[in-house]
Design a protein around this ligand. Structure first.
Ligand SMILES: *Cc1c(COP(=O)(O)O)cnc(C)c1O
Length: 395
């Protein structure tokens, strides 16, 4: 592996461990490692590379923008950031206001600061979030993250957060009163293993927030921009949030995050309340515009829904002692195993030329580029029985 992994291990902090493969290049849904081995990329850099690799629309937009003007800071306006904000508001409808960031966790920091400001103005002192939810690694977003193993070592945070079991509308109702500033919720738990809530849960979150006046903050950082077959996952239940955060798939591989607040919440911040040097970067904004245009022009919402169904049907047709069921929607799926075999199956899939992610001990996340074809999806499900066999003999 040209020693890259060993050099990584020496040069980097040990928080990630050493990744198993060094990737060198990509094209469409395929990537090649540093030794020239080819893989079908079914994880897309954690649901980020929405148009796959080397997509000409992104290459053209980024190349042209970086050669024209790479950075302005928030001291100056640039056209791509304005076009992007307007485009996102157009997709969402209604009267929203946008704040641009460089990552998901920063988008949630913005949402959290909005919630805290809203709470202070209205005598609302706590926030509700979900057990096992994930909202990011910076201190504010981490305080909302329900995975105790990654949150607790770094607390306390100075944010009063109450955690409720995800998907339980009654528990939510019991936890939220008129002293609650905001409810932060993913439409499906991503990092916990692509775990959808029962039908109607997001609509129930909307109802509870309407009844109590708490802000409904939808963390759509992983779920939006076509991942589930609609622009935004909340559209499946028409449960419009007050604040939405986006990141991952929006930039198609370039770093970007967004916080959008609707109605009166869009103007909660006063001048000086928040900021970012890189947020609104024109290169990232140009990439995001190319992603949105391509999804629209190439019918990738419909593709994500249809190829996602193909993938799910293929998984459901497999009868294997290691495989339980599949869950998820669109091109955001998990293959749920009958035991904690996900790391072994991930490794066996890699040996067979497929990149998938052991997101939980018993769950494999499949979140490919939205351009994945039905044929590519079938090539994976056709190989999956042998992959499970290989993992079974290892583990
Ligand atoms: C990935 C993710 C984040 C954090 O995004 P980063 O860009 O890694 O900071 C937050 N919320 C959800 C739902 C995510 O999937």
């Amino acid at each position: 592996m040209s020693g890259l992994r060993e050099r990584f291990e020496t040069a980097f902090m040990p928080n990630y461990g050493v990744p198993p493969v060094a990737l060198a290049r990509g094209e469409g849904c395929r990537v090649w490692d540093a030794d020239g081995r080819e893989y079908l990329d079914l994880i897309a850099g954690i649901a980020v590379s929405s148009l796959g690799h080397g997509h000409r629309a992104i290459v053209a937009a980024v190349s042209s923008q970086v050669a024209t003007l790479a950075h302005t800071s928030n001291l100056f306006v640039n056209e791509p950031e304005v076009l992007l904000a307007e485009r996102l508001l157009g997709l969402l409808g209604g009267d929203g206001r946008v704040f641009l960031t460089n990552s998901g966790t920063e988008a949630n920091e913005c949402a959290l600061k909005l919630a805290i400001k809203y709470g202070k103005a209205n005598g609302r002192s706590y926030i509700v979030a979900a057990e096992n939810g994930f909202h990011g690694r910076s201190m504010g977003a981490l305080s909302l993250t329900g995975k105790a193993a990654i949150r607790e070592p770094f607390g306390p945070f100075g944010v009063n957060v109450r955690f409720v079991p995800y998907g339980d509308a009654d528990a939510l109702k019991a936890a939220v009163d008129e002293h609650c500033a905001a409810v932060f919720m993913e439409p499906t738990l991503g990092e916990a293993g692509v775990v959808p809530p029962p039908d109607g849960y997001f609509a129930a979150v909307r109802e509870v927030c309407d009844a109590t006046g708490a802000l409904f903050v939808a963390d759509e950082i992983q779920s939006a921009i076509g991942r589930t077959g609609t622009w935004f996952a909340f559209q499946h239940e028409n449960a419009r949030p007050d604040v939405i955060t986006l990141a991952k798939g929006l930039g198609g591989g370039l770093p970007i995050g967004v916080c959008i607040a609707f109605g009166p919440h869009g103007t909660l911040f006063a001048k000086g309340d928040h900021g970012s040097t890189f947020g609104g970067n024109p290169v990232s904004a140009a990439a995001a515009l190319a992603v949105l245009t391509t999804i629209d022009q190439d019918g990738l919402l419909a593709n994500a829904a249809a190829v996602g169904d193909t993938l799910a049907e293929g998984l459901r047709a497999i009868d294997h002692p290691l495989l339980g069921r599949e869950r998820g929607r669109g091109l955001w799926r998990a293959a749920v195993l009958t035991g904690p075999h996900a790391p072994a199956v991930e490794a066996a899939a890699r040996d067979a030329g497929f990149l998938i992610n052991a997101v939980a001990p018993d769950a494999l996340r499949i979140a490919p580029p939205l351009i994945l074809t039905a044929e590519e999806a079938r090539s994976f499900t056709a190989a999956f029985t042998a992959i499970l066999d290989a993992a079974g003999t290892e583990s």
